[in-house]
Design a protein around this ligand. Structure first.
Ligand code: DQA
Length: 147
């Protein structure tokens, strides 16, 4: 059975109460339950993790190698700053779908650049919490195409 890691970065533990006009009212627990249900309905395994720490996210990406077939990654603000996350993805060669709840290209200029994008299979942004299941479907399609 295919196995996917849903990895959320800094401040995403605050989902539901953090700037709901931008990120919505769905909590991280809701998102994780939605992803688990989507996996169950479609025959793949979903594991969820969140950290506010860059190094812990790097460790989670390394640990996913050999454990999971791919990652849906919302790296939060580290998207725009982290060469370490870029290198971790490049180093493990795991397929990663980059995900953002908000449309980062319609926001401040500092959110327009992503260090994840060049090492991701693709990006889904702007669809709120629904983006997580869209990203899962995109990753599963990619894994089926490349297997
Ligand atoms: C985000 C967008 C980032 O710019 C921001 O720093 C986040 C959340 C999103 O899901 O829209 O923390 O990744």
């Amino acid at each position: 059975m295919l196995s996917v890691l849903i990895l959320n970065g800094p401040n995403l533990n605050l989902l539901g109460t953090r700037q709901p006009q931008i990120y919505g009212r769905t909590t991280l627990a809701d998102v994780e339950a939605m992803c688990a249900a989507h996996g169950q309905a479609n025959g793949f395994e979903v594991t969820c993790a969140q950290s506010n720490h860059e190094g812990a996210l790097v460790d989670a990406i390394h640990a996913a190698k050999g454990t999971h077939d791919g990652i849906v990654l919302n790296a939060g603000a580290y998207t725009h700053t982290s060469i370490a996350l870029h290198d971790a993805i490049a180093g493990t060669e795991l397929p990663v779908v980059e995900l953002h709840l908000s449309n980062i290209h319609a926001r401040e200029a500092f959110r327009h650049h992503s260090f994840i994008a060049p090492v991701a299979v693709g990006m889904i942004c702007g669809f709120g919490a629904a983006g997580y299941t869209l990203a899962l479907d995109a990753l599963l399609g990619h894994l089926e195409d490349t297997s």
